[in-house]
Each structure stands twice: as structure tokens, then as C-alpha cells.
Design a protein around this ligand. Structure first.
Ligand SMILES: C[S@@+](CC[C@H](N)C(=O)[O-])C[C@H]1O[C@@H](n2cnc3c(N)ncnc32)[C@H](O)[C@@H]1O
Length: 323
């Protein structure tokens, strides 16, 4: 059932044929906000900070996402890929699930998902697709080289019997100082993720870095340096809620950034400027490595301009970004 495809160019082709081929109406989101999925402010802030830190420290390695759905978090992850690195996504994309309970989960939550929908969304923001494993996540250990990844997002099945091996696969594929992110580790409808997450902490050496309302961030390396830097950076921003807690002897940072200023999000090639013309900035790679510079200019503006002007500038930038 595994079908693997390597990245291909083809933004133009994909969009010329995206609509009106009579089979399926493919999405052409004009902004990141329009991509359907589950990826909220606090996690946007945390992904950006953690992936930018890896870039700053030149911690090189591949990226992996188990569970891409229509590409929301994948679109963001791709923006942080450095030259020579590979981004792999693994998803069933509507194909038969490996167990009856997984099949029920798929029909209930992701019934309209198709691989073409994912690809259409993704190519609205980037020129090339990631490496796609169109298969159950059980193929990951055989398909992704051990120790090759610096960042793994586990967001596929939310059932215990799948999440537990997915966490084990994350451990195998990560480099020693790599980061794993576990989605829905505490939602009322996903007790299996909660169990698998804390079991990995208590039995398998996973060490918490921080948690948002939706996601658990951890490492099998030493969490202290990244935790301390993250805490200092978010405290300095002044727009995040932070709290240290100790859980069964593990220190973790609780983060809330619902109202925080978010980094520049990847731009869609379908974004229009106010005048209605195609936006010249819509090159599909505005988040991530490119956006680090914009974030820096915003920060510099905040520091050198009178508050009233920098606030106005922020609003203008945010308005331009969200159009
Ligand atoms: C919660 S969604 C992913 C959301 C996505 N990361 C986002 O940001 O919008 C879960 C995805 O996992 C996929 N999935 C569920 N069970 C799976 C399995 N056993 N193997 C691979 N993918 C699976 C579903 O098809 C669905 O696309």
C-alpha cells in the first residue's frame, strides 16, 4: 500500500489544472488562514521559535510529519527547510486504514481528505511538494533513515495503539538533540495520545520541553538549554503567558500565546494585493527562514521607533500579511 513520491516542481501545472477537471474541486487558498486544519497561534509561535533556533544553531537534519491532512502544519514546516534537507510527510490521504478503529476515526474526522487536496494546498505556498509517503505511519521506520531528523511532528491517528509506535518511530528517526511534537496530548477526545505521551516520558526517556493547549514538545536529548532560552525569549516578548511546572520530576514550560504576535506566515501564490493584482511578495516562501528577517525588522522597529508609530507599523504589516 505504500506509494512514495519524490518532490516535483509543478506549481504552474498544478494550478492550471486545479479547478474544473470535473472530478474534484481543489482548494486554492489565498492565505495560510484559509487552509483547513488544526494549527493554532501558540503552536505557530512555538514552531517558528524552535525551528528558527535550530537554524541559528546550525542544527541540520530532515523534517518529518506523520499526519498532514490538508497540509496546514506541513506548509509551515516546509518554510524552515534548509538546502540539502528533506521534508517527508506520511498520511493515508483517504486510503484504507490499517485497523477498524483507525478506519472509524478516518471516516469520522477526515472524510473529505484527498492527496490531491493536500498537494493543491501545498503547491499554493511552495514550488515543490515534500517527499510523500502515502501509507500508514507504520512504514516510517523503514522509509525514513534512523537519526536523520531534527524535528518530527506526530499528528496522525490519535488512537493509543498507533500513537505509541509513532512516538517510537519519532525517537528512531530523530538525531539525539532533535525535537518531537505530539498533537492533542491532552484533549478530552484523545485519551490514547495522553497515555502514550506520558508513558513515553515515564518509561522511554522522553523529556518534556514545553506544552501548549494542543501540543506537547519534547526531546530525548537535554531539554534544559532549549527550555531556558525559550523561556527567556518569550518572557522578553511580553505577549505570552508562561508558567514552569514540575511533573513527576520533569520540568516543563507551559506556554499560552493565543494573543501573541505571530511570525510572518507562508504566503499563498493566490494572494491578491489590495489593487487586485497578483501580489509580488507571494513567492510561497515568506514564512520560516525568509520570515526570520522580517521578524527581526519588526523587532528592530519596535525597539527604535516611538511605541505609537511601531504599533501602527505592526498593524499595517499584519494587515498586509493577512490579505
Ligand atoms: C489531525 S490530522 C493532521 C492535521 C495536520 N497536521 C494539520 O496541521 O492540519 C490527522 C491526519 O492523520 C492521518 N492518519 C490517520 N491515521 C493514520 C495512519 N494510521 N497512518 C497515516 N496517517 C494517518 C489522517 O488521514 C489525517 O490526515
Amino acid at each position: 500500500m505504500t506509494s512514495t513520491s519524490t518532490p516535483r516542481a509543478g506549481a504552474t501545472d498544478a494550478h492550471d489544472t486545479a479547478a474544473g477537471d470535473g472530478q474534484e474541486k481543489l482548494p486554492q487558498p489565498r492565505s495560510f488562514r484559509e487552509v483547513r486544519g488544526w494549527f493554532y497561534n501558540t503552536d505557530i509561535v512555538l514552531f517558528d521559535w524552535l525551528l528558527s533556533r535550530q537554524d541559528r544553531l546550525e542544527q541540520r537534519g530532515d523534517l518529518l510529519e506523520m499526519g498532514a491532512y490538508l497540509g496546514k502544519s506541513a506548509i509551515m514546516l516546509q518554510s524552515y527547510l534548509a538546502p540539502g534537507e528533506t521534508f517527508t510527510v506520511c498520511d493515508l490521504f483517504g486510503s484504507a486504514a490499517p485497523s477498524a478503529s483507525n478506519e472509524r476515526e478516518m471516516r469520522g474526522s477526515y472524510s473529505t481528505l484527498t492527496r490531491r487536496g493536500f498537494e493543491s494546498n501545498f503547491l499554493s505556498f511552495h514550488d515543490e511538494l515534500p517527499r510523500v509517503l502515502h501509507a500508514p505511519t507504520s512504514v516510517v521506520p523503514a522509509e525514513v533513515e534512523a537519526g536523520s531528523c531534527r524535528f518530527v511532528h506526530v499528528d496522525a491517528s490519535h488512537l493509543y495503539e498507533h500513537v505509541r509506535p509513532d512516538i517510537a518511530a519519532a525517537r528512531t528517526t530523530l538525531r539525539p538533540d532533535g525535537l518531537v511534537v505530539l498533537d492533542d496530548y491532552r484533549s478530552s477526545h484523545t485519551p490514547g495520545v495522553a497515555c502514550a505521551t506520558w508513558q513515553a516520558v515515564l518509561e522511554d526517556g522522553l523529556r518534556p520541553v514545553c506544552v501548549s493547549a494542543q501540543k506537547f514538545y519534547g526531546t530525548w536529548g537535554d531539554p534544559a538549554p532549549v527550555q531556558d532560552e525559550l523561556h527567556a525569549a518569550l518572557r522578553e516578548r511580553g505577549d505570552c503567558w508562561l508558567q514552569w511546572q514540575d511533573v513527576a520530576g520533569h520540568r516543563l514550560l507551559l506556554v499560552g500565546a493565543d494573543k501573541a504576535e505571530i511570525p510572518q506566515l507562508p504566503r499563498s501564490r493566490h494572494a491578491k494585493s489590495r489593487a487586485g493584482a497578483r501580489d509580488s511578495e507571494g513567492d510561497g516562501a515568506r514564512g520560516g527562514r525568509g520570515a526570520a528577517l522580517s521578524a527581526l525588522s519588526r523587532r528592530t522597529a519596535r525597539e527604535v521607533l516611538p511605541p505609537v508609530i511601531s504599533r501602527h507599523l505592526s498593524r499595517v504589516l499584519r494587515g498586509a500579511r493577512d490579505r
